[in-house]
Ligand binder design. Structure first.
Ligand code: PMP
Length: 289
């Protein structure tokens, strides 16, 4: 049996299903808020500083004042992990604009809310993790120059939710989103890499991708292994004709891709992917002891 999911809110920790926030919270009424998804191993959070920094950057972009300092949030996470019954798991850190009135003006929300949930999360079946995911290209476009910057990890995930609904309808495991110019931005909650002739390519964040923390780590580990990595605009054609493709994310880890839009890739779970996945696992062990 897995441990009970717990939630930290205002220095109190309770079972998650006993926690609630007001129906007047603008996180709920308007998607006005931000979040982070983190993993911990051996009770040690991977990339804690990077996640807290991205949270702060998202908050700053939305003129949202965090209700606690980053040090206090770090301490809350530590307390929560120590009370949780498993040494490894997933954390969801959410900051909402807080309680206001029915108008959307954030001026009427004096106090942001912050809560942290700890639980287990598996984003792909073990079959997909081994054999590779079936992907489809979503008709939903990620906006780049117009609208919300994709680097803000906001509570507005409808682009991703709609893309996922399309993936479900196509009986696929996951969808990728293009930007308005037809270039690949990312998956619904992962960044994307392709392998061509032993080198890696990934879309630049300016094509509408979140600045993924796992993405950066994979780029660094690949370069340490002597693998060339280029940030370059990619289209579905590039994926169809790549040797391999994989997705990265804190929740997802490194997931191999078997096909996109019915085009089967040459080598899901090939040598380069296996090497990188192993390097990533060793990196986690070294960081989280
Ligand atoms: N893109 C999106 C839209 C995401 O939600 C996530 C998950 N945070 C990622 C990419 C991967 O980012 P990270 O490696 O920082 O988890």
């Amino acid at each position: 049996m897995t441990a009970t999911s717990l939630c930290w809110m205002n220095h109190e920790i309770k079972p998650t299903d006993e926690c609630s926030i007001s129906v007047l919270d603008h996180g709920l009424l308007y998607g006005d808020g931000i979040f982070e998804g983190l993993r911990f191993y051996h009770r040690h959070v991977l990339h804690l500083e990077q996640h807290l920094q991205r949270l702060q950057n998202s908050a700053h972009a939305l003129q949202l004042t965090l209700p606690f300092s980053l040090a206090e949030i770090g301490a809350a996470i530590e307390t929560l992990i120590n009370q949780y019954g498993e040494p490894s798991g997933y954390l969801r850190l959410v900051v909402t604009r807080g309680k206001g009135n029915l108008g959307l003006n954030p001026r009427h929300c004096p106090q942001a809310n912050l809560f942290i949930i700890v639980d287990q999360l598996s984003l792909a079946s073990s079959q997909a993790q081994l054999g590779g995911l079936k992907l489809v290209t979503s008709s939903i476009r990620r906006t780049t120059g117009t609208g919300l910057d994709a680097r803000v990890k906001s509570l507005n995930y409808l682009h991703s939710v709609l893309a996922r609904i399309e993936a479900n309808a196509a009986d696929a495991d996951e969808a990728i989103l293009l930007n308005e110019r037809g270039y690949i931005a990312e998956g619904t909650a992962e960044n994307l890499f392709i392998e061509i002739d032993g080198a890696l390519q990934t879309p630049p964040c300016s094509d509408g991708a979140l600045g993924g923390i796992t993405r950066l780590t994979v780029i660094r580990l690949a370069r340490q292994l002597g693998i060339d990595v280029q940030e370059r605009s990619l289209t579905p054609y590039d994926v169809y004709n790549a040797d391999a493709c994989f997705l990265t994310g804190s929740g997802a880890g490194l997931l191999p891709v078997a096909e996109l839009d019915g085009r089967v890739l040459a080598s899901p779970n090939g040598e380069l992917f296996k090497k990188l996945k192993q390097a990533f696992e060793q990196y986690i062990e070294a960081q989280c002891q």
